[in-house]
Design a protein around this ligand. Structure first.
Ligand code: ZN
Length: 198
């Protein structure tokens, strides 16, 4: 769909660069924006700008946060002796939405992949190990069940066990190759509760 307006064409191009947005969806969104009340679009632009300029990584767990330390890491209601290791913040959010897990998290920023050239130094592994010098009694590895996720779990388990800290892996229920973020709460909790010590 080619628009007669240069600015609409530019918007469609920008939107189609977003993940999961094809040309058709981009055009639909752009026309929605062109027709929508100005205040509505200004609020949207404002929230995008705020995220883009204010958001940082929590210094402890590396999830997105508006502050130096995120709400979860700074809460005294969370059990700091339990750390759940996830690949990204979307997986973290999936576990957080179950409302059952009371420990804290560590966001690796991906998974090990020799194929893509992603090694231990590309992930927040050094930072995880540094956290383990405090009173941590269990590390729950909740990486995805993809080859990369499994490779990462095995690698981390070996490192952490050397410190004499209990390491567990979320159980089956999370399908092989399945993305944690797309799994329902009940299945996630089953996977968490059925975790096995490595
Ligand atoms: Zn944090």
């Amino acid at each position: 769909m080619i628009s007669s307006s240069e600015s609409l064409r530019a918007l469609i191009t920008e939107l189609s660069n977003l993940p999961g947005i094809g040309n058709k969806s981009a055009a639909r969104l752009a026309y929605y924006i062109a027709n929508a009340p100005k205040e509505k679009i200004e609020a949207l632009v404002d929230s995008i700008k705020k995220v883009s300029s204010n958001i940082k990584r929590c210094k402890v767990c590396f999830t997105f946060s508006d502050n130096e330390i995120c709400d979860i890491c700074s809460s005294d209601k969370r059990d700091k002796s339990k750390i759940m290791v996830v690949e990204n913040e979307r997986d973290m959010l999936a576990y957080e939405n179950t409302g059952e897990y009371k420990g804290v998290y560590h966001v690796l920023g991906g998974a090990l992949s020799p194929l893509l050239g992603i090694g231990p130094s590309d992930l927040k592994i050094k930072e995880l190990m540094a956290r383990l010098s405090q009173d941590v009694t269990e590390v729950i590895i909740a990486t995805n069940s993809s080859i990369e996720g499994e490779t990462t779990a095995t690698y981390l388990a070996k490192l952490i066990k050397q410190l004499g800290i209990k390491v567990s892996r979320i159980a089956s229920g999370v399908p092989v190759g399945g993305d944690i973020e797309n799994i329902d709460d009940a299945t996630l909790m089953k996977a968490y509760n059925g975790r096995q010590v490595l």
